[in-house]
Design a binder for this molecule. Sequence first.
Ligand code: FAD
Length: 411
Amino acid sequence: MKRIVVVGGGPAGMMAAIAAASNPEHRVFLLEQNEKLGKKLYITGKGRGNFTNAADMDRFLEETISNPRFLYAAFYQFSNQDLLAFLEENGLKWKEERGGRIFPVSDHASDITKALEKALRKAGVKIRLQTKVTEPVMESPKKVCGVRLSSGEVMPAEAVVIATGGLSYKTTGSTGDGLRMAEALGLAVKEPCPALVPLEVADKELLSLQGLSLKNVSFCLSAQRKKCFEGFGEILFTHFGISGPIVLSASSVLARRLHQGEAFSAAIDFKPAVEAATLDARLQRLIQTHHKKSAAHFFDELMPAKIRPLLVERAQMEPAQRIGDITKVQRQRILELLKCFLFTVKGSRGFSEAIITQGGVSVKEIQPSTMRSKRIEGLSFAGEVLDVDALTGGYNLQIAFSTGYLAGRNA
Ligand SMILES: Cc1cc2nc3c(=O)[nH]c(=O)nc-3n(C[C@H](O)[C@H](O)[C@H](O)COP(=O)(O)OP(=O)(O)OC[C@H]3O[C@@H](n4cnc5c(N)ncnc54)[C@H](O)[C@@H]3O)c2cc1C
């Protein structure tokens, strides 16, 4: 009989415990500091739990930002299809939505936890809630032999899986304990930084756009005149800056640079499907048709109401000016505003609003086909505690499940 302790009852830890307990020779304990399992899982996908994606595995690798090659074995050994079959077997009905995103039919992320809890019970995993692990206990510098709890109790174990998550949304229990434990053991940890996180803008006048959502725009970030991100999709203006799918993607691609305090020049093309010359012809027609109206109404047919006053101001038009009196220079300025609306991104909203943590236990320390530490016998890692992260779409939860499965199977 082998005793296995899994630290952290998130998706990675729950899956690791289930996979470890599939071997009847194993006695498996799942330790979670919260009063319940899956506290973060509960709020994923705005409470609807986008737990994987229907895409093929190549796409999974493309959507992974940090260390996709490391995840190759995990994605193939426990794929999205394996996850769907497993959850279905445990009573979860699911549906596919736009972009291949997969959710529970009920639209309740809690149903994913229910299916996992059912599997944990079936597998005979011993669950201990409100149980905080403070450190692994070592038999020697190269071999783990248990964990110490905050109560002082030592739980002996032949294998320990650390699945304590990252550093974002601390109230869910992801407080970075696993990263500190890894560092204390001398393992390399890549500095954590917030990713998939809204961005703050320096231009105060943009804050008046709070609540405005623009679909089908193109968004570009650059530094020292070098383009470093370009995306197409939806942007949401907020009381501090910008959010929405493309902004979150940008925050992941540039996570480290943003975390180091670098500012970026941002540009939105409000009309990416229209060539500048075609748009200019449209502006000229608008000037002719509405020449008697005041310039304050110039953008009425072009842009949502909320942003029109700012565009009038940036185009340096007098509100009392008539549309017919718009000069060629002003028309050129309007064209530039619509195709390249400029502002400055000064930073991110930090861990408290980050969907994921970039960085973590270095993948150089871990065997990709087992999730075991290369240097410490009996120790494995799974989920967000590792230096792996992906874009939105269900990829991050699949990473947690796939790495959790491998860690449990090979513990
Ligand atoms: C708002 C939000 C929305 C999200 N939406 C999605 C989505 O729709 N799709 C998607 O794929 N991903 C989503 N994610 C990301 C996803 O939630 C994470 O990738 C995933 O939860 C990581 O799983 P994990 O098991 O590694 O870590 P976690 O879920 O963070 O679980 C770690 C667990 O370990 C416990 N723990 C920590 N330290 C200790 C300790 N010392 N002792 C005992 N227990 C401990 C914690 O309490 C916690 O329960 C979202 C994240 C957030 C914040």
